[in-house]
Design a protein around this ligand. Sequence first.
Ligand code: SF4
Length: 201
Amino acid sequence: MIEPVILISALEHYEYCERQCALIHGDGVWADNAHTVRGTRAHRRVDSGKHRRERGVLTLRSIPLWSEHLGLSGRADAVEIRDGDIFPVEHKSGTRHGRAADLQVCAQAMCLEEMLQVEIPSGFVWYGGPRRREIVVLDAHLRSAVVDVVTAIRDQMISGKLPAAPNDSRCDQCQLEPHCLPHVTATADRIARRTAEELMV
Ligand code: SF4
């Protein structure tokens, strides 16, 4: 069996909600809401692919990435080269949400390391909300978390199963809410579970 290649963007979706990841990357469902449209607008300059050299730093934009070892592919918003050292930079239009952006920038670095045979000890995430750039130390713990999440996503895709809807505060912000119908599906899942339990008694 050919194992599916995982998109780096799937790590963020999986971190947010396993069901969202399955809907987008397994079932091909996509929809925009105010949050995603704002993110797309903020990414326009990054996605333009225009490179820049400023104060000794070369910034390459929209760089394709892959790792045969991890079965990953995607695109870095930006890759900076300063004094011969390489730093992936992930751009987020809002504020920090857990470790999702850290995982993405680490996955980008792991791809670059394999592609270029270099070591990349750190990267950056730019958060447009506070207009702040944070350094991300790419230590063994974070790298191991990337491998775990990639493996979980691949297992999820191979199984073809759609995880149950958590039906919590995440759904209020989720662009897939009209397609996912978390209230309905969570109730249906609860009934199915209770019926299965009763049948086993
Ligand atoms: S609506 Fe809720 S359960 Fe459905 S994909 Fe979005 S976050 Fe997940």
